[in-house]
Design a protein around this ligand. Structure first.
Ligand SMILES: *[C@@H]1O[C@H](CO)[C@@H](O)[C@H](O)[C@H]1NC(C)=O
Ligand SMILES: *[C@@H]1O[C@H](CO)[C@@H](O)[C@H](O)[C@H]1NC(C)=O
Ligand SMILES: *[C@@H]1O[C@H](CO)[C@@H](O)[C@H](O)[C@H]1NC(C)=O
Length: 309
């Protein structure tokens, strides 16, 4: 009878390790089989004898991947811990981070806690940084010490607006700005577009369109389409997701040869830097007399700048 129980235990452990409570089930099975008085006691003792003292649950993960800025949870599942301590140690510099519930590092992003009913001592790393990546050791204070290693991988999402950082288009054309976010485990809750600091909204019918697509599991694309561009559409366009840095491009809507556009474009920013000073100066020259002197001075300054090149 005793032999049967041990066999049962070994078998179920071999085939049932993924089951959370296989250990508990074994225990119950044995207690049921040997419920005849003192025999039960012997059987349970023999079972625990397979693992004297603490042991790591073999199903515990050894590889955790988390996104930059989020919280990471490193589990360490220790059975039959008894009154032993569980410490978390950072491999990189052998720094002891925690011992049981106590944090031993001057960085309050690190904290360990016991998840009730799971025998799991979890190390929490808040606001994960790139330098947190690496190996962590969960150590049990047995003699000799027992260790379980977990590798923390930190994924840094990338954001870019496709194409050049300066975009030149003619008035009346359609512009499409594609903001691509890759390697993001967590989809941004929203992606906003800004034009010179003002939120771009889809309010103008047919003038602007914004689309967001989750293209692959770790890729999100937000597309801003501006139809029939006007010179006022020139400026800094920023793509700003909820959980990441932003990306920007400068859009220059050029007047081209279109006469109407030429006139309207008088007070618009010219895309070519050296000219813009000059045209600003000339533009001002048409203003009220007191400003005339300033305008001329500006123009001369711009001219001298040009000549100095
Ligand atoms: C751990 O996970 C990362 C990301 O999912 C993967 O690239 C890496 O190969 C894994 N390492 C091991 C040892 O499984
Ligand atoms: C842990 O428990 C064992 C017996 O269960 C006892 O002998 C030992 O002194 C305890 N150790 C500590 C540090 O309390
Ligand atoms: C565009 O605006 C963003 C956000 O205000 C700013 O961070 C960025 O430097 C600007 N880019 C240019 C080229 O002006």
């Amino acid at each position: 009878m005793t032999v049967c129980c041990v066999l049962l235990t070994v078998l179920s452990f071999k085939f049932c390790t993924p089951c959370e409570h296989s250990y508990l089930l074994d225990l119950l099975a044995c207690v049921v089989v040997f419920s005849g008085g003192e025999a039960a006691h012997t059987a349970v003792k023999r079972f625990t004898g397979l693992y004297t003292g603490p042991y790591f649950d073999p199903t515990t993960t050894t590889n955790i991947t988390t996104q930059l800025g989020t919280h990471a949870y490193l589990p360490c599942k220790v059975k039959q811990l008894g009154n032993k301590s569980v410490s978390w140690i950072r491999k990189r510099d052998a720094h002891i981070l925690t011992v049981d519930r106590f944090t031993f590092i001057a960085d309050d992003r690190f904290q360990a806690f016991l998840v009730e009913n799971t025998d799991t001592w979890t190390l929490q790393v808040k606001y994960v940084q790139a330098r947190d990546a690496g190996e962590y050791e969960c150590q049990v204070s047995t003699e000799p010490k027992m260790s379980h290693f977990i590798t923390l991988n930190v994924v840094v999402p990338k954001i870019e607006i496709l194409g050049e950082s300066d975009i030149f288009v003619k008035t009346g054309s359609t512009v499409q700005l594609k903001c691509v976010i890759t390697q993001s485990l967590e989809e941004p809750a929203y992606i906003f577009w800004y034009h010179d600091g003002n939120r771009v909204l889809k309010y103008e019918e047919n003038a602007i369109d914004i689309k967001i697509e989750r293209e692959a599991t770790q890729t999100t694309v937000s597309t801003l389409v501006i139809y029939n561009t006007r010179s006022e559409d020139s400026g800094n366009y920023t793509c700003s997701p909820s959980n990441l840095d932003s990306a920007s491009v400068l859009l220059h809507v050029l007047n081209g040869e279109h006469p109407a556009a030429m006139q309207r474009g008088k007070n618009s920013a010219s895309p070519i830097p050296a000219w813009s000073h000059l045209s600003m100066g000339l533009g001002l020259a048409a203003c009220t007399p007191p400003r005339f002197a300033i305008a001329v001075a500006l123009s001369l300054a711009a001219l001298s700048e040009l000549l100095a090149c």
